[in-house]
Design a binder for this molecule. Sequence first.
Ligand code: SAM
Length: 364
Amino acid sequence: MFARKYSVFQIGDIAVLRQVTRPDKVWLSKPLKPGSSQGVKSGSISHDDIIGTRSRCQVFETSKGQFKFMCYKPSLEEYVNLTKRDAQPIYPFNAATIVQLADLNVDYPELEKKQNGEYCLKDEPLQFLECGTGHGSLTLAIAKAIHSGNCYKNLNGLGSSQLLGAILHSIDRNPNHLATGQKNLKNYQRAMYENDVQFHLADSPSQWLQSPSTKQWIKNSSNNNDPVYDHPSSFLSGIFLDMPDPETQFKDLSLHLKVDHALIIFCPSVTQILNAVQTVYYDRSIKLAFSRCVEFEPCTSGGSLREWDVRVSGIRNTNKEGAVCRPRVGTKVSGGGFAGVFKKLPVTARLEPTGTSLNQPVNL
Ligand SMILES: C[S@@+](CC[C@H](N)C(=O)[O-])C[C@H]1O[C@@H](n2cnc3c(N)ncnc32)[C@H](O)[C@@H]1O
């Protein structure tokens, strides 16, 4: 939640209104707009009253004055879980873990000064691919990780995209889901991460890679001596797939992935991970090595964490205060899932047929 310039509510911010006496009752506002209001229990609270106040510093009442509400900025977890959904999101803590599994380290890009005084990037921008966009939860988690690559985006003037050092391409075949993901990215922290992501409508990652408009992103890397570019069209530094049958995309995607970089799939069922592992094992034209599979357990919080109920509470029988300390029950249980991590091998790897040798390493 905390970021420079973001502690006072401004137009465009999103607010959480929490009923003071019932902390489980929360409402997520639309982006704050003069003249608008947010409906809560027994009335509404005007956006004008919220704008200009500091997060969590003021208690609000509805015009009827029946209930009191604390107003604060949502965490990413609250934001993702409270926004209306068209597609099932990856829960925020799980999305963050998936990004960690990819081990992204995005630095500030190196710049060069041109003769006209403008700056340009010394190297190509780092590019990442995600399919599908869905609710935009994983999109936000990846955008957070690559954001520093775009620290110079306004150096040549506002609105110029020449200095983007890290770009996430997020594709979905459903225009409504794509629009929702795009809106959720834009409404979070007043569009702070908007420049980090390019959204594309496409029927599949393979179709997107072949479309003429994608050619501008695939810079021919044949002249690049860095061995991570083992194919003229390798340009992706990470791939994230949350879609059915992800293994159908492996062949095309692996050609476009840089060597030793990660392709991660998220699946509700472990048998889907097994399908992907088998595909890679038997089809040696796919230049990927299976690395690991991890489980996200079903849980009661915004990811696979076990939430505990820890509080001081009045004990009815004794009229004294006591401690409650136990795993939280009764809240919404979210589904778990599995992440499979694959790493790109050089195009020259895995040339021989699989055969039936049991001595063959499974992940090569
Ligand atoms: C479970 S949702 C993704 C949720 C997203 N990862 C998030 O965290 O919010 C799956 C999405 O994949 C999209 N999808 C499914 N198959 C696809 C395909 N072949 N190409 C592009 N998008 C696809 C669906 O339209 C849907 O929006």
